[in-house]
Write a protein that binds this ligand. Structure first.
Ligand SMILES: [Zn+2]
Length: 651
């Protein structure tokens, strides 16, 4: 759109807006919240800066992510922004969803900013800050250059503004506001973690441009525009409002509340069947944030009801959900074990929502789900050899994981994947007033500055069944240590300074130890893991086997696996490959479970030796299974299929 086509009244408003912007550059606030939550938060996360991961699988995944992020050339990431702004760029364009002809281009640049900022917060490494500082400065130049190309002032995108006109007119276009959300969220995270006031300046400029666009639409036109996937626009704008205190930013966030989705959820009605799954999660996270900032109970109802439906009724055993990107009827899981199950973005978003809900209601049910998704989908989604990421996680037996390429995929799940492994420290601990929650058993060190307490958690969990917390306190300090007793840990034992503690409460609760803590205090926890099983929701003929929180996958060999480390430019490149038959058991599920035994000397390795002399199957944690075909769900007692001769017919 060219401003010369605008009516005079709009131009006057625009000039007024420009004057407003011009008067404002020196007024950037320090990175503290201007607006605090108006509802009581019973538990809050610690800033990522205060948690450091120690050696273990999560730190390994973080380091692989770091290597990938630093391998990407910032000038290639910036190419489409510069071209759109009419600035010179000699960089070779990236491929996949960042290629110059893809309508989603620019989205991964936003995720990249978020990931580098989160990783900077997690490690303090200056090279990550250098990256974000450079990209933000270059984006500011692009933003300043846009009017010379005929775009409205302070517009910023990697594609023309006309894409947004197409949304407003309900014309076909991929998802411009989805991309905008990622860029805005990236800038906000660079501001919050990266000590970069320019990021907030570019971001508030974008919000000014957004206000100009949104103000032109009637509420009905805006709701129609929200039929197009728009990420978490309401969330990032609510977060921006929390930083600036500018009521315009809250109003903008509210303009992006999608009533067609919110209205039934607010009434406790699950009308999610058939909806594109990943389109919905960010809207709900935005609702949750608005509950905190406005106290409007309706948003809490929406967020909690959605969580219950998806986490407890619509999720596979790995914590993921959806088939072919869509929600399906909850009694229909048996028809939805395909090559396209469990889009990884969905679980990225569900974990974000889960930890937000934990702040209102610190329950072990929430953290049990969080842990399930964290190990069995998020950690499982990164290839340990290449650091590349999954899009779908196929749950059809006999399939394998397909990973992104470094420079020619840039799917949505690559963007969220960049962030996944940069922020493992964000949920291990939460705190309340005089309360410290230990949610996850991940080796780490927490610096609880306000209390003058450092906690070092040393553990090899899940490879070992113990964890040890050692306290250092500036002076003795009374607080309640709330230690998660997972639902899977029926016989957990706890010692404080060698003294056995009485375990109260059932599995799936928090054990409270309220005392005065001092330097040298130690809490030792035994977390015995056991083999157990879960049916496919609504289908008792298929079960998954677990060990503690870990989903076990059967190793089904590498026959017919594509080369190049199963990396693909397109997420569906291997979806049409033939799938070999997978084992079927005619025994009862409990009998099959009893046939699984640990392999001596192989930590977390198991062997399933079926009755009747069929070949044994090796089982390992799903997060460790890469570059091989697998089964997660096993048909049980299915005599029709078993007698058809497919029992244990591993290729
Ligand atoms: Zn995705």
């Amino acid at each position: 759109m060219n401003p010369s086509h605008l009516p005079a009244r709009v131009i006057v408003l625009l000039l007024a807006g420009l004057a407003f912007i011009a008067l404002r550059p020196g007024t950037i606030a320090a990175p503290t919240s201007a607006v605090s939550p108006v509802v009581p938060l019973l538990a809050q996360p610690f800033p990522l800066e205060n948690v450091r991961l120690l050696d273990g699988p999560f730190r390994d995944a973080m380091l692989r992510d770091r290597a990938y992020l630093l391998s990407l050339d910032p000038d290639r990431l910036l190419h489409n922004f510069r071209v759109t702004a009419g600035l010179p760029s000699s960089a070779q364009p990236l491929g996949g969803w960042e290629s110059p002809d893809c309508e989603l281009r620019g989205h991964c640049v936003g995720h990249y900013l978020s990931a580098c900022a989160l990783l900077y917060a997690s490690t303090g490494e200056a090279d990550l800050k250098k990256r974000t500082d450079y990209i933000v400065a270059e984006l500011a130049k692009c933003q300043a250059a846009m009017p010379a190309k005929g775009y409205n002032p302070v517009f910023l995108s990697a594609y023309p503004e006309s894409f947004f006109d197409r949304v407003d007119r309900a014309q076909k276009v991929w998802a411009p506001y989805y991309t905008l959300h990622k860029i805005m969220a990236g800038l906000l995270e660079v501001y919050q973690h990266g000590d970069n006031p320019q990021a907030l300046e570019v971001l508030t400029n974008m919000a000014n441009w957004l206000k100009f666009r949104v103000d032109r639409l009637t509420p009905e036109q805006m709701q129609r525009a929200l039929g197009n996937e728009h990420g978490g626009m309401n969330e990032v704008l609510a977060n921006l409002y929390a930083v600036t205190g500018n009521p315009d930013h809250l109003k903008l966030a509210q303009a992006f509340n999608h009533e067609a989705v919110f209205a039934p959820l607010a009434k406790g009605e699950d009308r999610l069947n058939g909806l594109h799954a990943n389109t919905q999660f960010p809207k709900i996270i935005g609702a949750a944030r608005q509950y905190e900032l406005t106290g409007d109970q309706r948003f809490r109802t929406i967020a909690e009801f959605f969580w219950q439906r998806v986490a407890l009724n619509r999720s596979y055993v790995i914590g993921g959900d959806s088939d072919r990107e869509h929600f399906f009827p909850t009694n229909d899981f048996a028809r939805h074990l395909s090559a396209e199950t469990a889009e990884t973005c969905n679980t990225y978003n569900m974990l974000k929502l889960t930890r937000q809900l934990f702040g209102w209601n610190p329950s072990a049910t929430l953290m049990d789900f969080y842990e399930r998704g964290l190990y069995n989908q998020i950690l499982a989604s990164q290839d340990p050899d290449s650091g590349m990421m999954t899009y779908f996680v196929p749950l059809q037996a006999g399939r394998f994981k397909t990973y992104s390429t470094p420079e020619n995929s840039f799917w949505c799940c690559v963007g969220t994947g960049m962030e996944n492994h940069a922020k493992y420290g964000d949920t291990i601990y939460f705190h309340g007033t005089n309360t410290l929650y230990v949610n996850l058993f991940i080796p780490s060190e927490l610096n609880w500055r306000e209390a003058g307490v450092t906690v070092r958690q040393e553990t090899k969990f899940p490879a070992a069944e113990t964890t040890k917390l050692t306290f250092q306190c500036v002076s003795p300090v009374p607080f309640a240590l709330q230690l998660r007793r997972p639902a899977w840990a029926g016989d957990m034992t706890v010692h404080v300074n060698g003294k056995k503690q009485k375990i109260t409460g059932p599995p799936g609760s928090y054990l409270v130890m309220d005392r005065t803590w001092k330097t040298g205090d130690q809490v030792e926890v035994q977390l015995p893991q056991h083999l157990h099983m879960e049916p496919l929701p609504g289908d008792s003929n298929s079960v998954a086997f677990l060990y503690g929180p870990l989903v076990l996958a059967g190793k089904l060999g590498t026959n017919g696996l594509p080369g190049r480390g199963q990396q693909a430019p397109n997420q569906l490149d291997f979806a049409k490959l033939p799938v070999p038959s997978a084992p079927v058991f005619s025994d009862k599920a409990s009998a099959v479970l009893s046939q699984i035994k640990p392999v001596k000397g192989d930590v977390l390795g198991f062997r399933l030796k079926p009755a009747g002399g069929a070949p044994a199957i090796s089982l390992i944690p799903f997060y460790q299974l890469h570059h091989e075909r697998y089964a997660v769900y096993w048909p049980i007692g299915d005599l029709a299929r078993a007698t058809a001769g497919t029992t244990n017919s591993i290729p």
